[in-house]
Design a protein around this ligand. Structure first.
Ligand SMILES: *[C@@H]1O[C@H](CO)[C@@H](O)[C@H](O)[C@H]1NC(C)=O
Length: 918
């Protein structure tokens, strides 16, 4: 009996260990899967209780490599399917309390911190960029350029570098991004580092993509197996398997193609690459989260050239569990210095897409990389936004990136921002190998402070608080590997991160344009403005010294989302364009709790009035309604006092923390401070500026708070065309979607081995008891089966129900979505797309396809219909409401404005409009 128990517990412990590395193969034909968040930080008891309580209904599958998250499955035909849904895992709560189900709802909801249904969806590689056919023209131009003496020098440099470093790779001379012979200077400037033997030694970059040809001659010596996993086909070797799985291999080649006789070399050719394969099939949010922290002990950098569809009408971001994975990555990766996440800004520039509408590039944890081309120009595809940090080289002006390929070939046609992000990752490998002590934020500082501005007459550069130039198109400029490494070598770590959340500020102002029944004078209001005032005390209690990233979380209703513009103006006058016009984005849902991110305010002290302006695109006479409901400002920056630094918790309400701390301060100071001069809360909360003022207001604020805690009003400036009143709400009015789960993640770094052993010993014991009871036999011969069956427990089955037709539809579609291959491609009927757009789409697609055919040089042709433009299942950030409903035909997923999309000045145009409105 005892030895059996021990055996079982060890067995389960081993399973749990291997499950940390592996997600068991799923069977979507028969099961639905869901993620349960349980507070197991200090004890495994909640998990054990949950498993035993629901054993007859839900089967425990495995633990995610993210603390507190556990995957369970339920039989497709189980009545609870109608009842289960998302709970606290995003803004859309699908758990329904309904007659006959109340008890069950209360019970389940009482047991878990969050619950998230895991329906498979496919993540997109960055949309392919049509191959441009100006090459002949370009070659002519080049022959005339060749007499140029700079070009001669570049040739000499190539010869010297190749000779000194013994480089014989046949394609090295064509790798212009490493050493540009035709347009000297338009390269990453890494050869000087190579001569100093800075080659990325010891750094591992995970290519989170469609696989990596780990057996290919050009990569195998730099392949890191330990950091690799195939989440699509569940195995440890992430080899490309589909005929078009070349994307990841090409990206890997840019970073770490070996110096040998095959193709070219990587920019950090002594660094290593691992492969995390997620793009070659449908995966769920659980795998996505697991992938982004896979091999966190091994991988330093995660290079990601994918994201929501770049079609100019998608608004989508990571699920909460994926955000949790990012947080774990930056907190625990690289021995707590933080993993580096690099994301391609996106290829939707032609469709006026913006990376501020992409929750991955928009994350403070990712370095967003845009593209410049062979001649240093902005390629039309490269998306601009306030989250763009830097740019680096990729396709455009008729040239592409030359790199390794699958099937023993070389590629001369890699491109898009998909190729820029890995090139940046390679350069970051060089930086990290030169200074391994850098944290994830240090690396971002180095980007901000040492990137080289390019094309300063273009891109609307502004001068920032750090006296750096910032452009939404080019970020802080291009990354010059030599200069950045030089800068990084002597970089001293910044102090730990600190953050400030403002209160959620209610605006509730509407704006309508071009309504037929409206009189001209009703249309006077063109801009809705609101401001949030940040006081010295606010920042002091939150330990914030200066800003790095700014988040703006908005709720804006709009009849046509693509016609909403929004921008943030800092107290120092730096402007972040948050929402830019996207003519193709006809969604009527506006922005619900959408988080915009900006890196333009890096280095500001944050004090004073932060103003947001929301306005409409009035360039056409279409009617538009906008209602700006509320917003919140969040700063992430450097702490004042490193000793007071805290561990960030994603779901904690730090606005409440700030209010509490200010309250405490006031209690301490109120005995000596007079509060009579400030009689109203209005003055208190809107007074901003000097330190003397702040120290006296603290007392008055306490009075204000004790007398009217409900809301303190801020009157915004009346100097401009429109003045609005915004009130700052306090605790009672705080949105309830983000639960306050303080302390939940406090012990991230603790070693759980002992707990697992204990936990699984207890589970093993329970199992033995169950076996004894039910089967009256030790069941030692049934061990294998037991693994599958014995986690099923009993609770009362519920009834199938939903609240409304809409929910029914959603649930139905979600259930369909649960069958991995049931995406209804081609069945989308989106009324928002009119017929003309449709025709244009088709034409665009045909043209693009032809160009691809013409230019693919017999390389594997991507299956355009089935892959490259596939699955706009995340048409909106509400995507998980109805993944399948929105799974779309490839043609419908085409951008809607192809006839107007060759212009890469759109962002500029938007800006002009913005400026006019100003
Ligand atoms: C490029 O690298 C060289 C060293 O190889 C360095 O002197 C130079 O400043 C770097 N940047 C530019 C723009 O030349």
């Amino acid at each position: 009996m005892f030895s059996l128990k021990l055996l079982i517990s060890i067995l389960f412990y081993l399973i749990s260990l291997s499950n940390q590395q592996q997600i068991p193969t799923r069977n979507y034909e028969e099961n639905n899967y869901f993620l349960v968040e349980l507070n197991t930080t200090t004890s495994q008891k909640p998990l054990i209780d949950f498993i035993s309580k629901y054993k007859d209904h839900y089967k425990f599958e495995h633990q995610l490599n993210l603390d507190n998250y556990y995957v369970f499955s339920i039989d497709n035909s189980h009545p609870h399917n109608s009842f289960l849904g998302n709970f606290n895992s995003n803004n859309f709560n699908h758990m329904k309390r309904s007659s006959g189900f109340e008890d069950h709802y209360d019970e389940l909801v009482g047991d878990v911190s969050s619950l998230h249904m895991l329906y498979p969806k496919k993540i997109n590689k960055r949309m392919p960029v049509p191959i441009d056919s100006k090459r002949d023209e370009l070659l002519q131009q080049q022959s005339s350029d060749q007499s140029n003496s700079d070009s001669d020098k570049a040739h000499q440099k190539l010869a010297v570098v190749a000779q000194k470093l013994d480089i014989h790779d046949p394609e090295f001379a064509t790798q212009w991004h490493l050493l540009n012979l035709q347009f000297p200077g338009h390269d990453v400037n890494a050869t000087g580092l190579w001569l100093e033997d800075i080659l990325g030694q010891g750094i591992v970059t995970a290519i989170v993509d469609d696989g990596l040809d780990a057996e290919g001659e050009d990569l195998k010596d730099n392949f890191n197996a330990k950091g690799s996993w195939d989440f699509n086909d569940n195995g440890n070797l992430p080899l490309p398997k589909l005929f078009d799985d070349y994307h990841g291999t090409r990206c890997a080649g840019e970073i770490a193609a070996v110096k040998n006789d095959v193709c070219g070399i990587g920019v950090a050719y002594k660094s290593q690459v691992s492969g995390i394969r997620i793009l070659s099939g449908a995966i769920t949010a659980a795998e996505e989260a697991a992938a982004l922290i896979y091999g966190l002990d091994t991988n330093d950098i995660y290079s990601c050239s994918w994201g929501p569809t770049d079609n100019g009408r998608t608004l989508s971001g990571p699920e909460v569990v994926v955000k949790q994975a990012f947080v774990k990555g930056i907190q625990e990766g690289r021995n707590n210095k933080g993993a580096i996440y690099v994301f391609a800004s996106g290829n939707g520039g032609r469709f006026q897409d913006s990376c501020n509408f992409d929750g991955y590039t928009n994350s403070i944890y990712s370095i967003t990389v845009g593209a410049i081309d062979y001649k240093g120009l902005h390629p039309a595809y490269s998306e601009a936004c306030a989250a763009v940090m830097v740019v680096t080289y990729s396709s455009g002006s008729g040239e592409h990136i030359h790199t390794t390929d699958i099937k023993k070939k070389c590629s001369a046609l890699h491109g898009g921002t998909s190729a820029a992000a890995p090139l940046a990752s390679g350069i970051y490998s060089l930086i990290l190998s030169a200074n391994p002590d850098l944290t994830w934020r240090d690396l971002q500082y180095i980007n901000v402070l040492s990137a080289t501005p390019v094309n300063e007459d273009d891109g609307n550069y502004q001068t920032t608080a750090l006296n750096r130039k910032y452009s939404h198109k080019y970020g802080y400029g291009k990354i010059d590997a030599y200069n950045m490494v030089d800068f990084a070598k002597s970089w001293k770590n910044v102090k730990p991160q600190a953050w400030y959340y403002s209160d959620v500020t209610q605006v509730n102002e509407a704006l309508s344009l071009n309504k037929p029944q409206m009189l001209k004078r009703d249309e006077e209001k063109k801009i809705i403005k609101s401001k949030i005032t940040v006081s010295k005390e606010d920042l002091k209690v939150m330990n914030v010294e200066r800003i790095e990233h700014v988040n703006v979380i908005v709720n804006i209703d709009a009849s046509f989302r693509g016609k909403v513009g929004a921008r943030l103006i800092s107290p120092t006058g730096v402007i972040s364009d948050l929402a830019t016009f996207r003519p193709g984005d006809a969604a009527g849902r506006g922005f619900q709790d959408w988080t915009f991110m900006s890196v333009a305010h890096w280095g500001e002290d944050g004090l004073g009035d932060w103003e947001i302006e929301v306005f409409a695109d009035d360039s056409k006479s279409d009617p538009i309604d906008i209602k700006f409901k509320d917003w919140q400002l969040r700063f992430f920056g450097e702490s004042r006092d490193a000793d007071k630094s805290e561990k960030y918790e994603l779901l904690k309400d730090y606005a409440a923390v700030r209010r509490d701390r200010i309250g405490e301060n006031k209690q301490q100071s109120s005995t000596i401070e007079s509060s009579t001069e400030f009689s109203s809360s209005t003055e208190a909360s809107s007074s901003t500026t000097s330190s003397e003022e702040v120290s006296t207001t603290s007392a008055s604020e306490e009075i204000a708070q004790s007398t009217s805690t409900a809301s303190s009003e801020q009157v915004s400036s009346t100097s401009s065309e429109v003045s609005t009143t915004s009130s700052t709400i306090t605790d009672e009015l705080e949105p309830t979607t983000e639960p306050d789960e303080e302390g939940k993640n406090k012990h991230y770094t603790s070693d759980h081995t002992g707990q697992y052993l204990m936990g699984f010993a207890i589970i093993g014991f329970i199992i033995v008891l169950i076996i004894m009871k039910c089967h009256k036999s030790p069941g030692s011969l049934r061990r294998r089966r037991r693994r599958d069956d014995d986690y099923e427990f009993d609770i009362i089955p519920g009834e199938d129900y939903t609240d409304s037709e809409d929910d029914q539809e959603t649930l139905d579609s979600r259930r369909r979505g649960a069958n991995a291959d049931s995406f209804d491609l081609g069945q989308r009927n989106d009324q928002r797309i009119n017929k003309n757009d449709q025709i244009n789409d088709d034409r665009y697609q045909d043209e693009a396809r032809e160009r691809l055919f013409e230019n693919f040089n017999g390389e594997t042709l991507p299956d355009y219909d089935d892959d490259m433009f596939k699955i706009g299942d995340d048409d909106d950030h509400e995507n998980d409401e109805n993944n399948t409903k929105k799974a779309t035909s490839s043609s419908n997923e085409q951008p809607t404005d192809s006839n107007e999309t060759t212009n890469d000045e759109e962002i500029t145009d938007d800006r002009k409009i913005v400026d006019e409105n100003k």
